[in-house]
Design a protein around this ligand. Structure first.
Ligand code: GLY
Length: 256
């Protein structure tokens, strides 16, 4: 059984952090509806939803992916690079502690879950923006005993590594080669997005399907041609907050 931790959208999402996206008005009600439909896709893909209540004082808190790295053996609670997001950790730790033993990234380390791309026993971490080298080094130390390799990589012109590359299962990587160079992902099979859709590399592989933003029909068609089952979700309001499909959940196997 898969679990997806989510959090109800904050009514203050309009005050979110923005790095590569111009500020635009966000229709909170529409964003909330899009988030609920996204959760329904997760249920269709086989997830049980464990939902946190909204946090009015934490504008970005719907993007729970950034708060933790969940593995079979443990969960590492992050220390987000944006100060405004550090208050998100405590409540996610409280819920995640029921599923996994917890470890923590500590100051001066910073790490955003959106920068951590897992491919089997390897974790590629995008460093240099929200996540720093100290955060990567702490993650490496915490995961070495479990046999994980932690590899620092670069992504540019985007918020997180997973804006530029995500794993579609096994070693297949959906990638925007203009934002992160495929040669950094040794042993992976790169699948390039349609060049007209730069944000399309953020895809969520869950159960038997790939959840992809509806804004990327060309990349969707390319993936379907390769045999992937793709569910398109409209997250246009969440995208105005620089959110994408992976950011809105923490998905993992429930353990007996
Ligand atoms: N608004 C998403 C983030 O900057 O963390």
């Amino acid at each position: 059984m898969l679990v997806a931790i989510t959090r109800r959208l904050s009514p203050s999402i309009g005050q979110c952090e923005l790095t590569h996206v111009e500020k635009q008005a966000i229709d909170v009600e529409r964003a909330d509806q899009q988030h609920r439909r996204y959760e329904m896709e997760l249920v269709t893909a086989g997830c049980g939803i464990d939902r946190l209540p909204a946090e009015a004082s934490l504008p970005d808190s719907v993007f729970v992916e950034d708060t933790a790295v969940v593995l079979d053996e443990l969960a590492v609670m992050t220390r987000p690079g944006a100060r405004s997001r550090r208050g998100e950790i405590k409540s996610v730790a409280a819920i995640l502690g029921a599923y996994r033993k917890l470890s923590y990234i500590e100051a001066p380390g910073t790490l955003d879950g959106g920068d951590v791309l897992r491919v089997g026993r390897r974790l590629f971490v995008g460093s240099g923006h929200r996540s720093n080298e100290e955060g990567v080094a702490q993650l490496r130390r915490l995961l070495k005993p479990q046999g994980y390799d932690v590899v620092s990589v670069r992504a540019t012109n985007c918020l997180h590594l997973k804006s530029a590359a995500t794993c579609l299962g096994s070693t297949a990587l959906l990638i925007n080669p203009d934002w992160t160079h495929p040669s950094q992902f040794d042993g992976c099979e790169p699948i390039e997005i349609d060049a007209a859709e730069p944000g399309a590399a953020n895809a969520l592989a869950v159960g038997d399907r790939i959840i992809l933003a509806a804004a990327y029909p060309r990349t969707r068609a390319m993936l379907e041609k390769r045999g992937y089952l793709v569910s398109a979700v409209d997250i246009s309001e969440l995208a105005k907050a620089e959110g994408a499909v992976t950011c809105c959940s923490l998905v993992f196997e429930r353990q007996p």
